[in-house]
Ligand binder design. Structure first.
Ligand code: C2O
Ligand code: CU
Length: 454
């Protein structure tokens, strides 16, 4: 582990009383706010700019020149999910920097890359379940030049009880389903009260005004802590153009799996008739759904229920097999192949990762190497696996080779094996974990570290 002194030198926290942001620097405030859910007020967290804008949008080529202010009463640190910054600016407490105490600010400055739909969320404790997450979009030059209107939607799962209580319930529950012994996939650990699209339920959904027949770019973000969604595009003619912010060969889609932490950009054509159209996010294994509407002028919005008639099926990797990165990583031989077993046990709620067969070992890589990670899921639950600081390409799913998507998060479904490759081009110490917040908290976490790095 790097020394504490090194960490402090890397990112000195300043107090909020210091003169405000330097010229050109964007300010993000982590703060609490009151959210209306189902007619009741909930006190939760958010990240906004001083003018109230949720999250941050930059243009390709910009620097990520940001001052993060902690206006909460608790420590926090925000991770820039999908950006590949220098490791000390990655926003993972106790790895890239110390947590930011209340009333303090930290500054970040690095090239905002890669461009595309990213997001940000607290990486401290269970704060993400308190909605400390927001969109982070680096608009591609191509998107800017297209002049298309853009709609950014972040989906979340919402519970009235606290994340600590949820975690405690999981750790003390005696699962009736005998999940870990059977081969039946196990879909959801947590019962949520609601699912949200941009902080709203379907009882009071976000409605975006669009022109009839217009082409619109949707940037969809699964910011839920432990819920995988099926996106339903309804009557929209939709083309998937990026996943996790990275271009794929454009494909027509009607429904689309979106695992925890994943993103998808779609070009959609608004119909010429006068109905508003809904885009839904349906939680796998549940009937509950979230959604938003695109509304042409004077069109009526027909409300949709929060509960669909039937539960949505489990996510699979069938759609993943069809994705092709444009461009893919350059062809080259693998220098190191690293086996990573995903392990777990519902009883006692213990989850883990073992690298080279050893729990607690980091994945070690050499700078400049082509690395292969072999993610083998030994459990009956799926795990959205996320590596910090790098983009990886999906190259094999259960023995089937493909020149698949470039991603930062891949869902490894029950008992399957997924191979991804990456170029080790960003030296440092990086978090590597399941993005299900409760699996992460219960130990499904490892690190990736560069040889000779200290
Ligand atoms: Cu989206 Cu380790 O994070
Ligand atoms: Cu998991």
């Amino acid at each position: 582990m790097p020394s504490r002194r090194g960490l402090l030198a890397g990112l000195a926290a300043s107090t909020l009383s210091r003169p405000l942001a330097a010229a050109g620097q964007k300010v993000l405030q982590a703060e609490s706010f009151s959210l209306d859910v189902d007619g009741k007020a909930a006190r939760r967290y958010r990240v906004v700019q001083p003018d109230g804008t949720w999250g941050l949008t930059l243009d390709q080529g910009d620097r990520f020149d940001v001052r993060l202010e902690n206006r909460l009463e608790v420590p926090t640190l925000v991770h820039w999910h999908g950006l590949n910054p220098p490791w000390r600016q990655d926003g993972v407490p106790f790895i890239s920097a110390p947590p930011l105490p209340p009333g303090r600010a930290a500054s970040y400055d690095f090239p905002a890359q890669p461009p595309g739909t990213r997001w940000m969320h607290s990486h401290f404790g269970l704060q993400e379940q308190n909605l400390l997450a927001a969109p982070l979009v680096i608009r591609e030059t191509s998107a800017l030049q297209s002049g298309l209107p853009e709609i950014v939607v972040l989906f979340e799962d919402f519970a009235w009880r606290s994340p600590e209580q949820i975690f405690e319930e999981l750790r003390t529950a005696r699962p009736a389903r005998g999940a870990m012994s059977g081969s039946r996939p196990d879909l959801n650990d947590v019962d949520y009260s609601h699912f949200l699209a941009n902080h709203r339920t379907l009882a009071d959904p976000a409605v975006f005004d669009v022109e009839k027949g217009a082409e619109v770019r949707l940037r969809l973000i699964n910011g839920a802590t432990s819920s995988n969604f099926w996106i339903h595009l309804g009557q929209l003619d939709a083309t998937l153009i990026t996943v996790d912010g990275n271009p794929v060969h454009p494909t027509k889609v009607g429904t689309l799996p979106l695992a925890v932490a994943q993103r998808a950009d779609l070009l959609v054509r608004v119909p010429r008739d006068s109905e508003a159209v809904a885009v839904l996010a349906r939680c796998e294994g549940r009937a509950a759904q979230a959604g938003f509407f695109l509304r042409p002028p004077r069109a009526a919005v027909t409300r949709l229920p929060e509960q669909a008639e039937a539960a949505a099926p489990a996510l699979t990797l069938a759609d993943e097999l069809r994705l092709r990165a444009t461009p893919p990583l350059a062809e080259r031989p693998v220098d190191r192949s690293i086996p990573v077993a995903l392990t777990g046990q519902m009883m006692g709620y213990v989850w883990g990762m073992s690298v080279h067969g050893q729990g607690g070992e980091p994945a070690t890589v050499g700078k400049g190497e082509r690395i292969e990670l072999v993610l083998r899921n030994t459990t009956p639950m799926s795990h959205p696996m996320h590596l910090h600081g790098h983009s990886f390409q999906v190259v094999e799913i259960d023995g089937q080779r493909l020149a698949g998507a470039l991603r930062d998060t891949i869902l490894v479904t029950p008992h399957s094996t997924v191979k991804v490759v990456l170029d080790a081009d960003n030296p440092g110490l990086w978090a590597f974990h399941c993005h299900n917040l409760y699996h992460l908290a219960a130990g499904m976490f490892a690190t990736l570290v560069y040889d000779g790095f200290s």
